[in-house]
Write a protein that binds this ligand. Sequence first.
Ligand SMILES: NC(=O)c1ccc[n+]([C@@H]2O[C@H](COP(=O)([O-])OP(=O)(O)OC[C@H]3O[C@@H](n4cnc5c(N)ncnc54)[C@H](O)[C@@H]3O)[C@@H](O)[C@H]2O)c1
Ligand SMILES: O=C(O)C[C@H](O)C(=O)O
Length: 351
Amino acid sequence: MDRISRLEAHLRPVEQSQAQGVLRQATAMSSPSKAKVAVLGAGGGIGQPLAMLMKMNPLVAELSLYDVVGTPGVAADLAHIDTAAKVTCATGPEELSKALYGCNLVIIPAGVPRKPGMTRDDLFNINAGIVQGLCEGIAKYCPKAWVAIISNPVNSTVPIAAEVFKKAGMYDPRKLMGVTKLDVCRAQAFWAELADTIPSKVDVPVVGGHAGVTILPLLSQATPKVDLSKDKAKALMERIQNAGTEVVNAKAGKGSATLSMAYAAAEFGNSCLRAMAGEANITECAYVDSHVTDLPYFATKLTLGADGVKDVGNLGRLNELETEGLEGLKAELRGSIQKGIDFVASGKAGQ
Ligand SMILES: NC(=O)c1ccc[n+]([C@@H]2O[C@H](COP(=O)([O-])OP(=O)(O)OC[C@H]3O[C@@H](n4cnc5c(N)ncnc54)[C@H](O)[C@@H]3O)[C@@H](O)[C@H]2O)c1
Ligand SMILES: O=C(O)C[C@H](O)C(=O)O
């Protein structure tokens, strides 16, 4: 029995099917990952299904669930799933150190979601302080961890995290990522319908940021190719940009996307764990410290390596609509980034 088969022999069927995909592809992997993964905001609408999906991931050795309320119930529930990841639980700021200590990957869906009529930026006043407080904990207790931020407004919360980490002297831009994968999932789901194929055969890069016009799907680079008029491409681009609002309105006051977001974050987390374990050529779109444009943070397709972001991809050739979209998003994205930077500099926050 080879090393991977021996490992698989200890896994449940659900883990085995994932493990076959994950581990057998990991040709460059020197040893199976033993990652500790924390979900901060684990009691919430995203946190709970995300925690469940991570509990099913064979690359997770310990799943650390943290929230200010409700964590013991979620942890007890998930601990009864007979997959290998050990579930641990921490509640409230006094237990944050326990949640974070030794973490390899921290995923943050903590914070309030939108209601109809709100923009993501309307969440800034509450979520900025929450993200700052949690990132101060990361800087202290797991400064080497990869950090994936879901909490909105992502365009500002990622710069907030970076500023906290810079202040603490441990900022590693390769390890801080804003999760924009849901935009890619949506773009690919819609493109698959258009191309009359299954989503797994589809690739659609989405660049920029994660709010309204700052979400820029590059439909001219989507595969398989579909010939679209400029008007049709514009309509699809706008549908992708407004897809979050479509869910907020459909939920009619009961929050925003949770299940699709949990799926997207679990896929993104899985990519991080595979790269961390040494698997080569893992690509994802994410919002990171970037020199691709004149904006300091920008989402593009990137390659992940064992130490985080390895290569930030460039934009490739843009068509007229995308070039207009790129120019049109810059002022808003620049403002959101600066707002995050100013927030930390103002010293207003605290958990
Ligand atoms: N990046 C994206 O694509 C994307 C997609 C969907 C939602 N979101 C954002 O994710 C966030 C969470 O959404 P949700 O639907 O899960 O909300 P939710 O209200 O259901 O859950 C949020 C959880 O965060 C917890 N929380 C609050 N303060 C905390 C703190 N200081 N430490 C730890 N936990 C804390 C709450 O107790 C709650 O359990 C929102 O800001 C939402 O806008 C982002
Ligand atoms: O739309 C929201 O507020 C949540 C999230 O950013 C999304 O895109 O679904």
